[in-house]
Design a protein around this ligand. Structure first.
Ligand code: BGC
Length: 745
């Protein structure tokens, strides 16, 4: 593990200085450190009343606030920092946070797309680029990565996470935190990472934004908490954000069992917990507290250190301490955490460390950052289907490029685009032009009315078919159609849940109209979530999932279509056949009647298959890979799983070799398959490699109904392959002696 703490911290020097500061601080000053205000650069939550804005202004000018979000750019940050340092009694610097999710100025693919690369080094590099650019704009704290496991493609925020799997999600959480925080937090190009949302926001019922999460203890521990646990143990994120939603009827901000006991107790987390926007106040609407005063009390006692935009700490904490309802030691502990991360960032040595106009001029949107965005985009593309040699495109075919999204320079930037300029991405048409492809273009149908960058609510086009005739005529004349469909940037993200996740608006109708005259369609699907693509799957020869790929979207997509890049992405989420199957995920439990029977009484739908349209881990290549010779060997502290992968085709390519297990019999029912390892390998045409993956104790055990980690003896299935439908199988027997030698977690 790379430590992000500096020498001074290890020797406890900060703690002594924090003690000294705490001793000098008034209660008002302490509460200020626990209060976070939003600036005016961006609106990422409900705006406060006008009188609050005036109060905010006054407090900020007097340096009474600990941190801000949504203040971006060296000049703006400098102004606020000057207030804090020069106008306050103790000169405590502020921290400046922002939602830097997949880039600051240079956009890399949305996080869900990056997860499809399964390329941890590249994901880390992408987070690094984001941190460098954010720090160059005066920021020192990002509210990322979101590590919420989710099985809910209707939930708009799946675009912001790593998908449905806790193992893949854990590795990606570690990579992102390391990318943001680097090796030394006090360097002027690293920023605090925040793992969020703690916890279970991704389990919002029916995919409705902010909805209740109804999960049991074992799902909480085995599915939701692992990415938090992995990041905390292996990457040392210095902040955690709690969640809007309730779990077991308790809102995240008021959840003492999660924050005090699990996070700060078991995990010994010594960084800072920040509330979500207004989430302390929202406990009133949840019916969990009666009023603002109680909200403040419950939140601080539960371990939520900083209040973002609720104002309840500001209004009530002092009084709560004076009345004896909250011990001042609780406040001191929270303030200590805030001061500690400020020390780690080096802000006490130099409050202007992140504020440098020259860096702001030279380190944004650089060629090298755009190259990272391109590399990341290429690896994030998933080839879902490819029949009849549809792809790569052959040079002698006449191409019709159709779809409004094919020329859209905004949609690829995706949601949560920080400070990126609107309409600044490379479109697919730009990519075709750069590659010198010959094509005829027609927009077919508008996806969204109004400017897709600014407009909300999104006005989906359900009426205007003016472009249909021209597109159909062009498609009829050409050999090959490249049809680009999907979602604009603001159709996914926070507040963008959808009940119907088919192609929005009239796009399905356009697809069918074009198919009627020319079925040679390569369907490019641009979206922030898995969509239902069942009709397309049954009718078109090739489907490419391109998500929202960031600034270099068009170049990356063109590279894959032409075969310059051999696609290697694998799905981080299952694609349903229909909305009624949701939640559908590969690591489900068996039922008591899983298999087909003659009679009707078994676990199935009468009008739909049980399987997803495209499984977790699925993704094709222009070559193909054969797996063989699977063996397992029990070693002292792990099980060695080894197998051979052969590139059996005629092109070089990359494959994500995946390892799944099933614990056949356990004290709680275990999933039918669980990802427990993977390796991304490059294989030249005809080349074979033997791969060894280790299953350690951590991978073989699980959390039981008491929330305790156990490894149990017995038989384990092992599956390997290039998808969660991995066909190659073996098994091994784990004895109590082995478990002893593995050591408990
Ligand atoms: C989101 C957080 C985000 C915060 C600040 C909230 O609405 O849930 O993820 O960090 O706003 O913008």
């Amino acid at each position: 593990m790379t430590s992000t703490l500096t020498h001074a911290d290890k020797t406890g020097l900060y703690e002594t200085r924090i003690d000294e500061l705490l001793a000098e601080m008034t209660l008002t000053e302490k509460v200020g450190q626990l209060t976070q205000f939003s600036g005016f650069h961006d609106v990422t939550g409900p705006a406060p009343a006008e009188w609050r804005a005036a109060q905010k202004h006054h407090l900020l000018q007097n340096g009474l606030i600990g941190s801000m979000l949504n203040v971006v750019g060296v000049e703006a940050v400098r102004n606020y920092q000057k207030f804090a340092v020069e106008n306050s009694r103790l000169g405590i610097p502020m921290m400046f946070a922002y939602d830097v999710i997949h880039g600051q100025k240079t956009m890399c693919p949305i996080p869900l797309a990056e997860a499809a690369s399964w390329d941890l080094n590249l994901i880390r590099k992408s987070a690094r680029v984001a941190a460098i650019e954010a720090a160059a704009q005066g920021l020192n704290w990002t509210f990322a990565p979101m590590v919420d496991v989710s099985r809910e493609p209707r939930w708009g925020r799946v675009m912001e996470g790593a998908g449905e799997d806790p193992y893949l999600g854990s590795r990606i959480a570690e990579a992102r935190v390391k990318g943001f925080q680097g090796d030394n937090l006090s360097a002027n190009d690293t920023i605090l990472a925040t793992i969020k949302h703690f916890a279970a926001y991704g389990f919002a019922e029916a995919g409705k934004e902010y909805n209740t999460a109804e999960i049991g203890t074992t799902t909480l521990h085995n599915m939701v908490l692992p990415p938090f646990d992995a990041a905390l143990k292996n990457a040392n994120p210095r902040s955690v954000m709690n969640a809007f939603n309730t779990v077991n009827g308790i809102p995240g901000t008021g959840d003492a069992a999660l924050q005090r006991d699990w996070l700060k107790g078991n995990q010994k987390f010594d960084g800072v917990v920040v509330s979500d926007w207004g989430s302390a106040l929202e406990m009133i609407a949840h019916g969990f507290v009666a009023d603002e005063r109680e909200a403040a009390k419950v939140a601080i006692l539960a371990g939520s250190d900083i209040d973002m935009e609720s104002y309840v700490y500001l209004d009530h904490l002092e009084n709560l301490v004076e009345s004896g309802e909250v011990d001042e030691a609780v406040i001191d502990d929270a303030v200590r955490r805030v001061l500690r991360v400020k020390f780690e960032l080096g802000l006490f040595d130099d409050p202007y460390r992140y504020i440098d106009s020259e860096r702001e001029q030279t380190r944004l949107f650089t060629e090298s950052h755009l190259n990272t965005a391109l590399a990341m985009a290429r690896k994030s593309i998933v080839l879902l289907k490819n029949e009849r040699g549809a792809l790569p495109l052959s040079a002698d075919k006449k191409i019709a490029l159709i779809g409004a999204l094919a020329v859209d320079q905004d949609a690829p930037l995706g949601n949560w685009r920080a400070d990126a300029d609107a309409h600044s991405a490379m479109s697919i048409m730009d990519g075709f032009d750069e590659a010198g492809l010959d094509y005829v273009y027609s927009y077919g149908v508008t996806v969204q009315l109004g400017d897709s960058h600014f407009e909300y609510p999104v006005h989906v086009n359900y009426e205007n078919r003016d472009g249909f005739d021209e597109a159909v005529a062009i498609a009829r004349d050409m050999d090959q159609v490249v049809l680009v469909v999907g979602e604009t940037a603001r159709m996914s993200g926070e507040g963008r849940s959808r009940a119907d996740i088919g192609l929005p608006g009239l796009q399905q109708e356009l697809l069918e109209a074009i198919h009627a005259v020319n079925p040679n369609i390569v369907l490019i699907v641009m979206s922030g979530r898995p969509l239902v693509l069942s009709w397309a799957d049954a009718n078109v020869p090739a489907i490419v999932q391109v998500w929202h790929l960031g600034h270099r979207s068009g170049g990356a997509i063109t590279d894959v279509l032409t075969g310059k890049e051999n696609p290697s992405g694998k799905l981080p989420m299952s694609f349903p056949r229909s909305v009624g199957q949701i939640p559908i995920y590969y690591n489900h439990l068996n039922t008591g009647r899983p298999g087909p029977r003659d009679e009707v009484t078994w676990a199935h739908y009468s009008d739909e298959k049980n399987s997803p349209l495209y499984a977790f881990g699925h993704g094709l290549s222009y070559t193909w890979f054969e797996y063989s010779d699977l063996t397992t060997r029990l070693e002292i502290d792990h099980v060695d799983v080894s197998f051979r992968v052969k590139n059996a085709g005629h092109r070089d390519g990359e494959e994500v070799a995946q390892l799944y297990i099933r614990d056949r019999v356990a004290s709680i029912a275990r999933p039918v398959k669980e990802l427990k390892g993977f390796e991304k390998v490059h294989l030249s045409a005809g080349e074979t490699k033997r791969i060894h993956l280790k299953l350690k104790g951590d991978e073989l055990g699980f959390f039981n109904t008491q929330g305790n980690f156990v490894i149990e003896q017995g038989e384990f299935d092992v599956f390997v392959g290039g998808t969660s439908d991995a066909p190659l199988h073996t098994m091994f027997n784990l004895s109590d002696e082995h478990i002893m030698s593995f050591g408990a977690k």
